[in-house]
Design a protein around this ligand. Structure first.
Ligand code: C2O
Ligand code: CU
Ligand code: CU
Length: 512
């Protein structure tokens, strides 16, 4: 293992790609994905006497215009759109989804057959759907090896026994997940309850999902997934596309009324982190994290969001009648809000107290696990592999928390990258982050702290399912394992890392 230079924000791009800055800005309205509708009601696997909503959701090839001036782009997605339809469910209302792989047999993005699970002996096109943030039984969680081939489908059961939150569903197929998601296989899944409704947050057309993702396009407007210059090993360690899409459009605009809006932001990018802010310095209130509402709103001028994370915000446009407000990622334009000068009656509220988030006491933890995040490089310091705790995916399971117990996981990151670490099944809280000496850790696996523990930002001091394990820091999370015993996974949500071994199974065991 070796200390790495900071990874450049670019990867070798061999073909010439489209420069998105040559495209006209704000010519396409922001699309809002349609709400998924159940096809019928059928008996619940938990209680056959109860009939529950059943959805049939196909994964299909389609073409979509990502910008007015580009030809339609070939994509793969749920239904015929990217992002797919939004599931909008009530907490505790179980549903069934039949995920049907209706894709072609050949992939249109470059598979690296050297990666675990993606060998040339495997079918090229394989998909398995994971509900990110969902508390689902193991057989419905989308285990990476539970993939299905074109022509097959899988019936998943989502009990939705969890607090309201913005979840998302996406492909999770072993070794090609980064390609399938890049192709468009993702969508939003929202859980609600009465307590949240009672808060009277902006809803209906005033509640807008913003699914942010970056891509490269060819000059012909087709998706371009970069490859390394080693033709026999096309994997690249990170993809940072130069075109930023919101709900599938480049530089869209949204007409808004001068009132409060709830924006539910998802970073669905393969690797890019965003720092979002409004160009005119408009502040906004963060009301929720990955797994639901914060205890109280946090006023922000900018928000950080890593791949896999969600941020729930309320923005008040009432003081901005007639203005055009640009949403930026640092200095780069993402989209535009056009505030009308209409007279409006805003009956929505932003309460000072949202939902209690009781702190899990550290004393409740029965076990602390030290887990390292490792990056391996070749002779010329190019990353070639990432592992969790020095262990490959196929090695025996090492993390075996007991159902209904609490653990602390210390994510030790000696690399120069921030890794967004995600655990399936559970929600957790961030305890702190603490700087340590990376050199002695890497040579002797000795953890020597060089700073004081830093508590999480107020904006991440709620329920999480994905945490930024910052470089040179040991990040501690506290997790109560509840819901189901069985086999799940934890991984880095930089999809290129995940596909090259930065993912491990873990097993929730029923008894110690
Ligand atoms: Cu967003 Cu394992 O997933
Ligand atoms: Cu997940
Ligand atoms: Cu990573």
């Amino acid at each position: 293992m070796n200390k790495l230079p900071v990874l450049a924000q670019s990867v070798p791009v061999k073909a010439s790609t489209l420069d998105p800055n040559t495209l006209a800005k704000f010519v396409d309205p922001l699309p809002i994905p349609p709400i998924a509708k159940p096809d019928r009601y059928q008996p619940s696997p938990a209680d056959p006497a109860v009939k529950i909503p059943y959805y049939h959701q196909a994964m299909q090839p389609f073409e979509m215009k990502v910008h007015r001036d580009l030809k339609p782009t070939r994509m793969w997605g749920f239904g015929s759109q990217f992002p797919g339809p939004t599931f909008d469910v009530r907490s505790g209302q179980e549903i069934l989804v039949e995920w049907a792989n209706e894709l072609p047999d050949k992939h249109f993005l470059p598979i690296d057959h050297n990666l675990g699970g993606a060998g040339a002996d495997q079918p090229e096109v394989r998909t398995v759907v994971h509900l990110h943030g969902g508390k689902a039984p193991p057989e419905s969680d989308g285990y990476p090896e539970d993939w299905i081939v074109p022509g097959k489908s899988a019936l998943y059961h989502y009990p939705n026994q969890q607090d309201p939150a913005m979840l998302w569903y996406h492909d999770h197929a072993m070794g090609i997940n980064r390609l399938n998601i890049f192709a468009g296989l993702m969508g939003v899944y929202i859980v609600r309850d009465d307590a949240e409704d009672a808060l009277q947050l902006p809803n209906g057309k005033y509640e807008i999902p913003l699914v942010i993702s970056d891509r490269f396009f060819t000059p012909q407007g087709q998706l371009f997934y970069p490859v390394s210059d080693k033709t026999n090993a096309p994997w690249v360690p990170e993809v940072f596309g130069d075109a930023i899409l919101v709900n599938g459009k480049i530089f869209p605009y949204l007409d808004v009324a001068p009132r409060k809006y709830r924006l539910r932001v998802l970073n669905g990018s393969n690797a890019r982190f965003y720092r979002l802010s409004f160009a005119n310095g408009v502040s906004f209130s963060q009301i929720g994290t990955d797994q639901g509402l914060l205890s109280a709103p946090v006023s922000l001028k900018a928000l950080m969001i890593a791949p896999g994370e969600r941020v729930d915000v309320v923005v008040d446009f009432s003081g901005h009648r007639g203005e055009e407000i640009i949403l930026n990622n640092d200095a780069f334009v993402v989209m535009q809000f056009r505030v009308s000068s209409d007279k409006v009656n805003d009956a929505s509220a932003l309460a000072a107290a949202l939902r209690p988030v009781p702190k899990i006491p550290e004393s409740q933890a029965v076990k602390t696990r030290l887990l390292s995040l490792d990056q391996y490089v070749n002779r010329v310091a190019e990353p070639v592999l990432m592992l969790l705790n020095g262990t490959y995916w196929h090695q025996p399971i090492t993390e075996t928390p007991v159902l209904n117990t609490t653990e602390i996981w210390t994510l030790i990151n000696p690399t120069d990258d921030s890794h967004p670490i995600h655990l399936h099944l559970v929600r957790f809280q961030i305890l702190d982050r603490r700087r340590f000496e990376t050199s002695s850790y890497m040579s002797k696996r000795e953890l020597k702290f060089t700073g004081e523990p830093v508590p999480p930002d107020p904006s991440e001091a709620g329920w999480k399912d994905t945490v930024r394990a910052e470089p040179g820091m040991a990040t501690r999370i506290i997790v109560h394992f509840e819901g189901y015993a069985g086999r799940y996974v934890w991984h880095c949500h930089i999809l290129e890392h995940e596909d090259n071994e930065m993912m491990r199974p873990y097993q929730v065991v029923a008894h110690a």
